[in-house]
Design a protein around this ligand. Structure first.
Ligand code: MLT
Length: 250
């Protein structure tokens, strides 16, 4: 008689790229709620052909210059501000259909693209914000993989409240919606789950309470960005890495 082995999903969370041990990865999910992975999700939802991510600005410019100016855009920020000479900053509100449709976006941000680069060796790499949390969770469930690493982006190596909130939201959805046993491997994720249970009905205020939220508020009026980044499960797009550093809608 064949014994059915119940699949277990081992979920691990790391706050920032530097915390990730040097291991092979099945599934990696990168989160940068404010704002990189939210912007990536909306850009692909709005028809961008692909997003190529860079931690290094010179490498980005060298690659972008090889693309026809009408088929490319350079977007990104440093310190929350648009990078000089770039087409766009890092606001999810600016990657509209009219602006990004059919184009490749060359992207570099302070933290989010660093985290994406850190785990680009994963077999499956997805970018997640709160708008596409359910879509990414359902993709994970469909893959039936045993090991899922969730990676936040933080701020210049320090912890971020909003990324942990989203990691908790992902773990909570998987616990509630998949037939497999979900094993919370580390305390970082236990804490993130607790955080989600405290703030899940007040996401907008959690983002504004976070240090990066305060940093953005000190730079200008980002109310609409906060609204967009705090929307939950409104997008079905799953940004997936198709080749090292290149992300497309899957
Ligand atoms: C980052 O990558 O650090 C963030 O996305 C920065 C931002 O957009 O404010």
């Amino acid at each position: 008689m064949k014994i059915e082995r119940k699949l277990i999903i081992n979920l691990t969370y790391y706050h920032v790229a530097n915390d990730v041990p040097d291991i092979s990865l099945d599934i990696a999910v990168v989160i940068d709620v404010l704002r990189a992975t939210t912007t990536i999700s909306w850009a692909l939802e709005n028809g961008a052909d692909s997003i190529q991510v860079f931690a290094d600005l010179d490498l980005l410019k060298e690659s972008a210059i090889k693309w026809h100016p009408q088929k490319r855009l350079m977007l990104g920020e440093r310190g929350g501000k648009k990078i000089k000479g770039f087409d766009l900053g890092n606001s999810p509100l600016k990657v509209t259909k009219k602006v990004v449709n059919g184009k490749r976006l060359f992207m570099s941000t302070t933290n989010g693209t660093k985290s994406l680069q850190k785990v680009q060796h994963a077999k499956h790499l997805f970018a997640m914000g709160l708008p596409n949390r359910r879509a990414v969770a359902e993709k994970i469930i469909s893959l039936k993989s045993e090991n899922v690493l969730i990676l936040g982006s933080g701020w210049e190596g320090s912890y971020s409240l909003e990324d942990s909130l989203a990691a908790g939201a992902l773990a909570s959805y998987l616990e509630a919606n998949c037939d497999f046993k979900v094993n919370i491997v580390n305390d970082e994720l236990q804490a993130a789950l607790a955080l989600w249970n405290i703030w899940k009905h007040n996401i907008f205020n959690c983002l504004k309470t976070a240090t990066h939220g305060k940093r953005l508020t000190s730079l200008g009026d980002y109310e609409e960005d906060f609204k967009c980044c705090s929307e939950l499960d409104c997008l079905d797009v799953v940004p997936a890495q198709v080749e090292r550093g290149v992300i497309r809608a899957s």
